[in-house]
Structure formats: C-alpha cells, structure tokens
Design a protein around this ligand. Structure first.
Ligand code: SF4
Length: 279
C-alpha cells in the first residue's frame, strides 16, 4: 500500500491515474524512466511542444511587464509569431484589475496534498476571478469541449483555488460563484472554452478527489492494472514496456481523446524536493 502523505497530487498525476492506473504506478510510484517517442511524427510533435513552451514564456514575460515589442523581437517562428499576435489582440481587450502569472497553489484534502500551477490568475473590476490556461495543440484541431470538461485539470484548478482561498482587503474573492476557468487557444483565439464554477460543483469535485486519493492509497502494487482502452497506449511512453506496441500514435490521425496534452506541467516530477513515495 503506497504511503502518499507527502505526495503532491496534480492534474497530471490524477489524469494519468484515471486514464491508466498502471501508468500512475510506473510514473509516480516506481518512477520508471522509459525512453520512447510519445507521439508521431516525432519531430513535428516536439516542435509543437517547443513552440508551446516558448509561447508560455513570452506570455509570462508580458505579465512581468516586459515591453511587448522586445518580446516580439525574440520570436523567429511564423506560428509563434501568429500566436503572439493573437494573444496581443486578445489581451488588449481584457479589463483586468490584477494579474499574476505562473502562480503555484497548494492545498490539502484530508491527509493529501494537491498542487496546481496556473498560467495566469486574473481579477476583474467586478471581482470575478479567472484562471487562464493557454492551450497550444499539436494536432490540426482544437480539443472538443466535451473532452476538456472531463479533464482532471478542469476539476482541480478551480477547486484548488477556492480551497486555498483568495482574498483582497478581507473580501473573499475566490468563492466558487466568482471563479471561471478559461482555456484560451492561441491557434483558435476566438474560440475559448469557459467553465464557470459553483459551490455545488466544488462539493462534487471534493468528493471525487477525496475518493480517488483514498482509492490510490488503499491499493497494493499489484492492484494498478493496465488500461483496457488500448488506444491510450498509443501515446504512452511505456507502451513497449507494457507490451502494448512499439509505434507511437499519430497526432494528426488518432482521436482527440487519447492525444497528449502539451501544456500540462508535470508538477509531481518537476517539483523540487518532492518526497519519495515509501512502501
Ligand atoms: S502502455 Fe498502456 S497499459 Fe502501459 S502504462 Fe501506458 S497506457 Fe497504461
């Protein structure tokens, strides 16, 4: 039975768990580093991933008050330049009072820790709180709302913000009814996906999260099965280890439900000083 008291759950680790319990075991408990292409065409996928990282960096610089003209001078890629222009057109229209970028939240749920890093947290003049997540995609279509709605990120981000609380002048801003999660797509700037939060939703999310964490903690190592949905294996680096094929899935032809999310940060693996999970 894993001892998870010091483990920081994140949207990525719980997404891995709901997609494939074996992947969670290999990645977060056994910490198995298995070399494999995550997706094909490999170079195209990695280029998109790199462009996505650069886009996030440019936007972060913008929110640290670096002159947009200077940021633009660093951009030498046509796609990235287009995304940047879309972002500038978008952000000029936004009536934010306060913004903070790349902000890390941690909250506890029972004995468990939950973390999330927001691309941008914005507060409007009427005290609405918007969590922005910039989503760049490697395929040739925007993720469907139905797929985004089912992501652990959509559940965890607003939950953790409301749980952690956010107040200004002793006024509680992050009450669920004030919070919206907005996925904004630089490749599809006029098609954002907004998810408004509520106290009913927060209660449901807390029950689901608590259940998942307790379920994980109650398992033996032998009780993390491979997914029955073998489509999931096409974009998983462990597919040869699991005997689920040698060839990576194609980002242009496979279905959206199984393609990897370029933008989620793997906080459990990257977070400094993270404690080992002890058995
Ligand atoms: S290859 Fe398939 S079964 Fe193995 S960890 Fe990945 S998703 Fe799970």
């Amino acid at each position: 039975m894993p001892h998870l008291t010091d483990f920081r759950f994140s949207a990525q680790s719980l997404q891995d768990y709901v997609e494939c319990q074996r992947r969670f075991l290999l990645r977060y408990i056994q910490k198995l580093d298995w070399p494999a292409e995550q997706s094909s065409p490999y170079l195209v996928f990695e280029q998109y991933r790199h462009k996505g990282e650069l886009f996030h960096r440019c936007v972060d610089q913008y929110f640290h008050n670096i002159d947009p003209a200077l940021i633009e001078q660093q951009i030498h890629d046509n796609d990235l330049h287009t995304w940047w222009q879309h972002f500038m057109e978008f952000i000029r229209e936004q009536p934010f009072l306060h913004t903070v970028s790349e902000i890390l939240f941690q909250s506890s749920l029972g004995d468990h820790l939950l973390i999330a890093k927001f691309d941008v947290l914005a507060i409007t003049a009427d005290h609405k709180v918007i969590i922005f997540d910039w989503k760049t995609t490697a395929g040739d279509h925007k993720p469907a709302r139905r797929i985004l709605a089912e992501k652990m990120q959509t559940l965890i981000y607003p939950y953790i913000l409301c749980q952690a609380g956010l107040s200004v002048n002793e006024k509680q801003l992050a009450s669920p009814a004030n919070v919206t999660l907005e996925y904004w797509f630089p490749q599809y700037p006029h098609e954002p996906e907004l998810f408004k939060y509520s106290s009913v939703q927060m209660q449901q999310d807390e029950t689901q999260l608590r259940g998942l964490m307790e379920e994980i903690e109650s398992k033996t190592i032998a009780a993390f099965p491979k997914t029955e949905d073998e489509k999931r294996c096409r974009f998983c680096v462990y597919r040869s280890y699991c005997g689920r094929g040698d060839v990576a899935g194609n980002i242009f032809t496979d279905d959206q439900e199984t393609t990897p999310d370029l933008d989620l940060e793997d906080l459990d693996l990257d977070f400094e000083n993270i404690e080992e999970i002890a058995y």
